[in-house]
Design a protein around this ligand. Structure first.
Ligand SMILES: [Zn+2]
Length: 232
């Protein structure tokens, strides 16, 4: 009902717009990621030369990655940081609609091939403070849109960790090591399946890699990661 009473506003600057989303000016400031990009990490290649489909960056082999593919809608920069923070710390559940629409650009690549979707979980102590898990909201919206199954507690965060923002790459890996588990009741269901994990921002990828690791150890065949933003 609220939708019909209020004209849609730009999710970044609140300017009145025709359709839900961003106004032309805010849209112009976003760095959306497009092909060609690394088939594993989703990091865009420098354009200006031909890239064979399925190519990946050399760093992929050095990183001990447990996920098979990661994709992000836009680069994490000043423009997108503003959007993500508003989504994360305000009661901005209406952002989820626009964001879910943007995530759909990877439908053929990693959404449709997945058997089910799960979010990166928050520890319950943080969930109490923040009231909702923004990644879960995106995962549920996406699952609804495609008639897929979302399992919010497929991954369980067993320890509260310090915010990753304080740490460098190596410390980030250390900080999240061993903090996720797949509950016993889901283990047999995970075996042989393709699982799509949703998060808001991928920075070094330490958190999602740790999630992918426990899913792979439970027998998952493929693990894909889909985030709104990623640090390039
Ligand atoms: Zn705007």
């Amino acid at each position: 009902m609220v939708d019909t009473l209020l004209p849609p506003q730009c999710v970044s600057c609140n300017e009145i717009v025709e359709d839900a989303g961003l106004c032309p000016s805010c849209w112009g400031q976003m760095n959306f990621i497009s092909r060609p990009y690394c088939d594993v990490t989703g990091i865009p290649f420098e354009t200006g030369f031909e890239v064979k489909a399925g190519s990946s960056l050399p760093l992929v082999k050095e990183q001990n990655l447990y996920y098979d593919k990661a994709r992000a809608v836009f680069v994490y920069d000043d423009a997108s940081r503003k959007l993500i923070l508003a989504f994360k710390h305000g009661d901005q559940t209406h952002y989820a609609k626009t964001f879910t629409h943007w995530l759909c650009r990877y439908e053929r690549d990693i959404i449709a091939p997945a058997d089910f979707i799960c979010p990166v979980p928050l520890h319950w102590t943080r969930l109490v403070r923040r009231k909702f898990n923004q990644s879960q909201l995106l995962a549920e919206n996406l699952a609804n849109k495609f008639g897929m199954l979302c399992i919010p507690d497929l991954l369980e965060r067993t320890k509260a960790t310090k915010p990753q923002g304080k740490f460098k790459r190596k410390q980030r890996r250390q900080n999240v090591k061993g903090v996720f588990t797949v509950p016993e009741k889901y283990k047999s269901g995970v075996a042989g399946k393709t699982i799509l994990i949703i998060d808001d921002v991928l920075t070094t990828g330490a958190t999602v890699n740790e999630c992918a690791k426990v899913l792979k150890k439970s027998g998952a065949a493929q693990v894909y990661i889909l985030t709104l933003a990623r640090v390039i």
